[in-house]
Each structure stands twice: as C-alpha cells, then as structure tokens.
Design a protein around this ligand. Structure first.
Ligand code: SF4
Length: 476
C-alpha cells in the first residue's frame, strides 16, 4: 500500500511555555526528509509542554517522533502516554541522546526508537511506512522496536559524511520561532534586545571527558565546510533578521583554518560586524592568533568547561588536557581582547576533596574578578548513561540500570534540594555539606555583587512577566 501524504509531528518537550532554543536536531531531520521525499510529507516541529498536546491532535499526524535527553526522559514518557490516550493507533517513535545511550530504557508506550544519528535512518523508516509493499522492517537501520515483548535493534549505518550533504535545518517548520529569536540575549551576548539564533557547524568532539554524553553519542568529530556555514549564516541573517548567533558546537574553535576561511567568506558577503557570536571551546586551544580571529569574527563570549580549579580533578575529568595555569592564561587572553567568558564547573566528582573544592571556589572568584562580564556555573557531577561516570555509579551500586528512576538525573531542569534528589558520586565530602556550599555559591553567582545586582534590576524586571507565565504554566 502506498501513502500519498504523510504527516509527521516532531516534538521537543518543554517544561516552560516559551522555548529558548532551536531544536536543531529535529530541524535537520525535517529538512533531510523533505529534501528526499518532497511534498508527499508534511512535517511540523512542536516545542511543546505536556498540557498543550491538543496542538498535536489538531495537526492530526500519522506519526509522532520525540527527541529526548536524559533530563526530560520522564516528561517525554508522560507525553507519550497522553498521546496514546487520545489516539491509541498513533505510532510513537523516540530518538535523541538519551535513548541512543540507554536503549534498554525504551518504555513499551513507544513503538519504535531511532538510535544514534537520525537523518538517514529516519528517512528509510518513513519510506518504509509510506511504501511497505515488499519491504521488510528488518532491512532498516538504527531502528529499535518491540518484537512481542522483546526489544530488537537493527544494525547501525555509518555516520553521514561529508556533513554538508545534510540540508540547512528546517527552522521554518518550528511553531513559535519568533519567541526563540527574541529571548533574552544578555546571558550569552552581554547585550539585551538582540535577535539571536542557534547554529550548528560540527558534530562530536575528539575528546572523551568522563561526564560527557554527546562525545560518546557522536563518536567521531565531523565539521561543516566554511562555505556551508557562511551560506547558512547569510540565509538566517536575511530570513530572520538576526544579529546574534549561538554556535552550539562543543568545540567550534578546533580549526583555525576553518575560522580564517569563514571570516573571509563572511567578509565577502558583507556580514562581518553585523552579527555577534557565542561559542565554546577548550582553553588549551586559545592562543593570541586564535583570539585575534575570534575578535575579527565578532565573538562576544566563549564558553569553557573548566570543571575544577584543581589540576588533579581536572585531569581526572578531562584526561589531562588543561590545568589552572592554562585556564587562567586563556581567560586572560580573551578578556584582554574584550571577549567575555562563561566557565562551567562540576562539584562532587568521585575523588574530589575539600582542598580540591576550595581550589574550584578560588578559580570561580578569580574568573569573576578578571572580567566584569565573565560568568560561571556550578553543577553536580551527573552520571549520564553512556559515560564513564555512569559506569562508575553502576559499579559502586549507586545505580541499578534495570530499575532506575530517571527523574534522579533531571538536574538540568531542577537543582537538587537535598541529597535524596541526587546520585551522589563523591567519596570524600559529606553530601549535605557540599550541597549547602554549592547552593550558596550558585545564589551568589545569580545575584552578583550588590553593585552588579543593582545594575541588573532593569534587565531582571523585563524578564518578570515571562517568569510568572512560566511558573503559572508549570502548575498545569
Ligand atoms: S571537550 Fe566538551 S564536548 Fe568534548 S568530551 Fe569534553 S565535555 Fe564533551
């Protein structure tokens, strides 16, 4: 049987009414499928909260696919149950980082999952559903499905290469994109009122930090060409009138050659100095030549995972790639060039002692003192599936993979109130003591010095209506 029109709803689950990022992975899926199948497929991307699922029924899709991270996995399951209650024949598919790293955790409410890189595997699956005559499900790839009560996983395809064969992400199919573009821009770009958007220019990372899930998920590091990136920037600049871009790559600065060529191409398109950028990298890659390139590009802020002020813990978590001196040198170089830094830190990794944590505290203070626009974040070591820390927690009996409450890893959406809300990995510091001090440091970083707090009041006031709206919406 052939299907002439096939409607797909791609869902990005939200915990607040206003989305604050582009669900880029879903946008790539959409553009890849539309390019291959054309107008026989209708795709809509819904960043949506659980109580707004009537939007999906109104669209009346033939298939619903969810993208899920570990921290929203429980929410996605709740949404799936509701959708099945509305229409028990609606096929539900699960994709994204969580299920790729923890395929055994697939709940029976989902009919299928795509594991790993999604574009080609999802396309083949859609083609199979639209024209299943003579085809066999088991000829597909990256697919996981229920065979009676047993999970079956089909072999994986090689990763897509070169990445440029994937069309630009289909941002046009996102419901409510204007709210994303006009979200508060101060945190990333040091200025309010910018029209900002996310952009991805590579997949993966050549390193393997002990806590990092994306680097395991993507396996190898692949980059888009400078030509592809310049063309995409030109496209979103003209289409959405943006003047700020958050490059979501884990390691945008890994190739000076690529950045140099990108600057040249943007210059030819008359796009330099029209857009500011927020990027991420490793401190070891920063040198004066790179800083000059970042200035030319228009980078406002660089994000680093510093993780610890202690070289011992930094080596443990990141495999000896940096230490306090390298970190400070990189941050000083950037700050002296007028580029701010966001530094993230991890508390409570297994071997950390009070002495190590004190070094982290001093490093946070040093970063805040070094640049008035520098910011820091401190979170707890979280054992995400697929990572070394997950294996560690399983080995130590802190996690039973076959019987685990995934809400315990929802630390991105909520800060743990007490130790019962935390998989505590540390072997040396009592959890209550570390929780108390982490909370205090985070509060201090949120409020800033009295002067910083006073200066930030007008900006915070602007955000109050949106925050009230978010709080009210969470009640439903
Ligand atoms: S450098 Fe960043 S992206 Fe790469 S493995 Fe470490 S945390 Fe992950």
């Amino acid at each position: 049987m052939k299907i002439d029109k096939f409607k797909i709803a791609l869902i990005d689950p939200l915990t607040q009414p206003q989305p604050n990022y582009i669900p880029t992975g879903l946008c790539y899926l959409s553009s890849y499928i539309k390019k291959a199948i054309g107008d026989k497929v209708i795709i809509k991307i819904f960043p949506v909260m659980a109580h707004r699922l009537n939007q999906i029924s109104e669209f009346n899709p033939d298939l619903v696919a969810f993208s899920s991270l570990t921290h929203n996995f429980i929410l996605v399951q709740k949404m799936a149950v509701e959708l099945k209650q509305m229409n028990e024949d609606l096929p539900l598919l699960l994709g994204g980082q969580h299920i790729s790293m923890a395929p055994w955790s697939m709940p029976a409410i989902f009919d299928y999952a795509i594991l790993g890189e999604g574009e080609e595997a999802f396309l083949r699956f859609i083609q199979y559903i639209m024209d299943s005559s003579g085809q066999n499900l088991t000829n597909l790839n990256n697919l996981q499905y229920w065979d009676k009560s047993e999970l079956k996983a089909l072999p994986k395809l090689p990763m897509i290469e070169p990445l440029d064969q994937i069309p630009f992400p289909d941002r046009e199919s996102i419901k409510g994109i204007e709210a994303i573009i006009t979200q508060d821009s101060h945190r990333k770009f040091n200025r309010t009122g910018l029209r900002n958007m996310q952009l991805t220019t590579s997949r993966g990372c050549p390193f393997k930090c002990k806590f990092c899930q994306p680097s395991v998920m993507w396996d190898r590091f692949r980059m888009h060409s400078p030509e592809y990136i310049a063309e995409e920037i030109n496209y979103i600049y003209l289409k959405y009138n943006i003047n700020a871009i958050h490059i979501e790559d884990d390691l945008f600065i890994s190739s000076k050659k690529r950045i140099t060529e990108l600057i040249d191409l943007l210059n030819k398109k008359n796009l330099l100095k029209k857009i500011v950028y927020y990027i991420a990298g490793r401190t070891k890659q920063i040198d004066p030549e790179l800083v000059e390139l970042l200035q030319q590009l228009g980078v406002a802020k660089v994000e680093f995972g510093i993780e610890s002020g202690s070289d011992r813990i930094s080596n443990y978590l990141k495999g000896g790639s940096a230490g306090a001196e390298i970190n400070k040198h990189a941050i000083s170089l950037l700050n002296n060039a007028g580029i701010a830094v966001y530094a993230s830190f991890i508390a409570g990794s297994p071997p950390e002692t009070w002495e190590d944590f004190e070094l982290t505290r001093s490093m946070i203070k040093w970063i805040k003192r070094s640049g008035k626009l520098n910011t820091c974040g401190l979170s707890f070591a979280t054992p995400l599936p697929g990572t070394y820390l997950w294996d560690y927690a399983v080995r130590k009996g802190l996690i039973d993979p076959g019987n685990f409450d995934w809400e315990m890893l929802n630390t991105l959406a909520r800060a743990p109130k007490d130790k019962s809300e935390l998989i505590y990995l540390n072997e040396n510091i009592p959890p209550e003591d570390l929780l108390k001090i982490v909370k205090r440091i985070n509060l201090h970083m949120y409020l800033g010095t009295p002067r910083e707090f006073l200066l930030s009041i007008p900006r915070r006031m602007v955000k109050i209506p949106r925050k009230i709206n978010n709080l009210v919406s969470r009640k439903f």
